[in-house]
Write a protein that binds this ligand. Structure first.
Ligand code: NAD
Length: 368
């Protein structure tokens, strides 16, 4: 199979981490005998500098013509004074709308070897492996009417609105993900107070009937926020609406231990978008010290969700774990001066080596 991937390195550490993700994808292509075609385009501050706009037409056209988009990050202090519509971040928001993905998937895994990076106790996060599925195009962030209701700005409103169709489509994504994982969906709402949540709960319960092998539970968002920190192992897939998902997914990042580890996928629209959760990190950009795990894990999500190459996705995840288990850490994962840290490209090279070792072990196993 051939997968057309548009790569948007963007700003700050974006180019540094996407370079390592592409390197891993090239290694996987060789190992698994698949073909990936990469097209690199400008976005964000890098695009403003060269073309005057954060999302040039050539970038959008290339993205819409591809199977998947792999993005680094956008944003740089040099553009912070620009009007909101002209800033690097505006380019990303326009791109997300154009690609029209409605389901944002954010896996959060606790690796035993770096459990000390989380502020939570090791026994609480041991074995935690949660996938948050957040509805991305509806709810309070998009509902109308919205805005300040008087000229003096003494009153304002936002509208939380959902249709059955919007809830159904994201619920199917969550249940299908749970089928491939440990078979449990926790649907999160505030049905004791909000009518949109009552509709959410009724609709999710109905969709669950199509997936008898998946267990469904409902939790109120306030209870979920607490349980996530107390017993994260109890969760498999968390399904929730836009605002609750925004808050819960940032809270869940605490389980992993560093922002640099987290990956995301936005699926369901015209073209799937994959990006690490972190931003352009101007404070460390250009020094080659960024953690590329989030970008590399985003590439694994691309193989799983767009290319349907589950074995290749699992290889990348196993390779990341192998490198971390071997004690290799980028600076953000360092705890104490006794540990030496490695650079972004050294980490990427070790992941590629681990991929080759995993392939060799597989061949040896099948040869026996
Ligand atoms: P950030 O995620 O860039 O950085 C927050 C902190 O985490 C920084 O100390 C940074 O050094 C560290 N960090 C982030 N990623 C890391 C990695 N891979 N390895 C090691 N350390 C890492 O968030 P911020 O500082 O609030 O924002 C910086 C810029 O990024 C802003 O312009 C913001 O608008 C933009 N931003 C972009 C995106 C995106 O492109 N999706 C997301 C968030 C922020």
């Amino acid at each position: 199979m051939k997968l057309h991937i548009t790569v948007l390195p963007g700003d700050g550490i974006g180019p540094e981490v996407t370079r390592e993700a592409v390197r891993c994808l090239r290694a996987v292509a060789e190992i698994h005998g698949c073909e990936f075609a990469f097209t690199e385009r400008l976005i964000g501050g890098a695009a403003i500098e060269q073309t005057g706009t954060p999302l040039p037409v050539e970038t959008l056209d290339a993205c819409l013509a591809s199977d998947a988009v792999l993005l680094g990050a956008v944003g740089a202090p040099a553009f912070d004074q620009l009007a909101p519509h002209a800033r690097p971040e505006a380019g990303l928001l326009t791109l997300r709308r154009a690609l029209s993905g409605y389901a944002n998937l954010r896996p959060v895994v606790s690796y035993e070897s770096i459990a000390d990076c989380s502020p939570l106790r090791a026994e609480i996060i041991a074995g935690a492996d949660v996938l948050i599925v957040r509805e991305l195009l509806g709810g309070l962030y998009f509902g109308e009417p919205r805005g300040f209701t008087d000229e003096a700005h003494t009153e304002s409103c936002n509208t939380m609105r959902y249709t059955v169709a919007e809830i159904e489509r994201v619920a199917h994504i969550a249940f299908q993900a749970a089928q491939r994982r440990r078979g449990k969906v926790t649907s999160v709402d505030k049905a004791n107070v909000l009518e949109t949540s009552q509709l959410w709960r009724q609709t999710v319960t109905r969709v669950a009937q199509d997936y008898p092998q998946v267990t469904l539970e409902h939790q109120y968002v306030d209870a979920c926020a607490m349980h996530l920190m107390l017993r994260p192992q109890a969760f498999d897939v968390i399904l929730t609406e836009n605002l609750f998902g925004d808050i819960l997914s940032d809270e869940a990042a605490v389980i992993a231990g560093s922002l640099g580890l987290l990956a995301s996928a936005t699926v369901g629209g015209a073209v799937d978008l994959y990006e690490p959760v972190h931003g352009s990190a101007p404070d460390i950009a250009g020094r080659g010290v960024a953690n590329p795990c989030g970008a590399i894990a985003s590439a694994a999500l691309m193989l799983r969700h767009t290319a349907r190459l589950e074995a290749a996705a699992e290889d990348i995840e196993a390779a990341l774990q192998q490198v971390l288990d071997a004690g290799q850490r980028t600076a953000d994962l360092q705890r104490g001066s006794a540990q030496a840290s490695i650079c972004t490209d050294e980490f990427g090279a070790l992941v590629v080596e681990a991929l080759a070792e995993i392939a060799d072990r597989r061949h040896a196993y099948h040869a026996v």
